[in-house]
Design a protein around this ligand. Structure first.
Ligand code: AMP
Ligand code: ZN
Ligand code: FE
Ligand code: FE
Length: 282
């Protein structure tokens, strides 16, 4: 088994369509693929239609969250019931709020004398996709302001930038509760990816565990060997599932499919915590 539980498509800020993702995953020898677009489940249908024997789909979403002290946290919700209206409404509210937030970021960039419009950004977005800073990055590349998505982030769009504006997001505790109420499981994504901005304290970790967090994404390219060690101790102490995943974004990032994977025993433990069997196969 080769299990990659965290990937993105053009329904958020990835560059592959769900059908392309499934084809590439098959070619990479992946047998279980998690689809976790930001704040959206819009890619599930196409991914399901693209399945073939040998690969199964773990439907999910990467939920943008913010702690009460303003730290950005990503919670992977997997195997939840998509007819749960509380969870779906929260995702929708986040997606809508991302538009007003983008207008504000653009206004700040315009104030600095850089000419870019909302239409330039929306032109980089696929139909029905969750809007995010990577689309602004792509628009800045197209305008010749920066050379790549990565340069856009390191120079202008990182979380500590003067242009940065956050958007509505639930707290991670609320997201974990919503996922659980919808029968799914929650895994905190790249909890120690410090280059993205401030990361959560041990206290906040405790609060997430008390709220019902199921797992920790340990193996991820944004974690150092030392950070992984700390996360492994934390997971063992609290009996949490440990996952590994690529956080694949197509051409949008260097991350390659299956570069980190989840141990089959850990996956089995995680999957059994959902309230129904929701892995999709053909
Ligand atoms: P947003 O959701 O709009 O706040 O944008 C955050 C997203 O930007 C994350 O999900 C990352 O995948 C992406 N991102 C962050 N840093 C980089 C980078 N250096 N290069 C490409 N994408 C990035
Ligand atoms: Zn992303
Ligand atoms: Fe993330
Ligand atoms: Fe991600």
């Amino acid at each position: 088994m080769k299990i990659d539980l965290h990937t993105h498509t053009s329904f958020s800020d990835g560059t592959d369509k769900p059908s392309e993702l499934i084809n590439k995953a098959l070619a990479a020898g992946i047998t279980v693929i998690g689809l976790t677009d930001h704040d959206s489940i819009s890619g599930w249908q196409e991914a399901t239609n693209s399945l073939r024997p040998g690969i199964s789909l773990v439907p999910g979403a990467e939920i943008s969250c913010q702690t009460t002290d303003g730290i950005s946290v990503h919670i992977l919700g997997l195997l939840f019931d998509s007819s749960n209206s509380e969870l779906m409404n929260t995702l929708e509210k986040t997606r809508e709020n991302r538009h007003g937030r983008m207008e504000k970021i653009i206004a700040r960039i315009n104030e600095a004398g850089i000419d870019i419009t909302m239409n330039d950004v929306l032109a980089q977005l696929s139909d029905g996709a969750t809007l995010g800073r990577p689309h602004l990055a792509d628009a800045l590349v197209k305008k010749g302001v920066v050379a790549s998505r990565d340069e856009a982030f390191t120079q202008m769009l990182h979380n500590n930038s003067k242009y940065y504006v956050s958007h509505y997001s639930p707290t991670p505790e609320a997201a974990i509760a919503l996922i659980k109420a919808a029968g799914g499981v929650s895994v905190i994504a790249h909890p120690m990816a410090s280059h993205r901005g401030r990361t959560i304290s041990l206290e906040t970790f405790g609060s997430l565990i008390d709220s019902g967090l199921d797992g920790i994404e340990v193996d991820h390219r944004d974690h150092s060997p030392d950070e992984k060690k700390q996360l492994i101790s934390l997971a063992s102490e609290s009996n949490l599932v440990m996952t590994g995943a690529s956080d694949y974004h197509g051409n949008g990032k260097l991350n390659s499919l299956g570069e980190y994977t989840t141990n089959p025993d850990e996956w089995e433990r995680l999957e059994s915590r959902a309230n129904a069997r929701r892995v999709i196969t053909v």
